[in-house]
Write a protein that binds this ligand. Sequence first.
Ligand SMILES: [Zn+2]
Length: 202
Amino acid sequence: MGSPVKVPKYMRKKEKLVKRLQTKLSHAPKRTEKYYKVLNSLQKTHYRIKCQRNDFLHKEANKLLDSHNLIVHEKLNIRKMLMRPKPIQDKTSGQYLPNGANRKSGLNKSISDVGWGKFLNILNYKANERGKGIIGINPYMTSQACSQCGEIVKKSLSTRTHQCPKCGFSAHRDLNAAYNILRLGLESLGLEFVMPPIIGAA
Ligand SMILES: [Zn+2]
């Protein structure tokens, strides 16, 4: 287990450029030289975004596989993660209440930025190619359960730290979940989970 990977923010910058070009395109009279020029830059920008993203995913997959013989990951339900939260309507006034859709769309953006599904595909075929082990685990309860004692510690998405009232274990929520995922993966192979030295403990 290593350190978290920072997602490059260049996608956001490129997205702004795409928007600018789209506006320019919509203002340009059709079938003019200017129109085709803008259309061409727009297509080039889309292509560059795709290349940069692929390049990033391949590099990260190679880095992981260079230093690990077994990778346990959670099976991601991308469709569920990209779902919009249901609107909440006030029963008496009939008005719509905040449902976190804006915050969620930020989360959606970072998920689609990195392309998790695509990353897992790349990681899987590279692992198979290189003869390394790779296991996908159902992440059910992996963020709520304490990785040290199994106690269920309920937390919302905004709670970033896992703090176990039973055994006192404290860690970043993602690290605690990662321990649980690793444990499940090892158990599925009939192996015992041994607690690695704690890195980034909260
Ligand atoms: Zn605990």
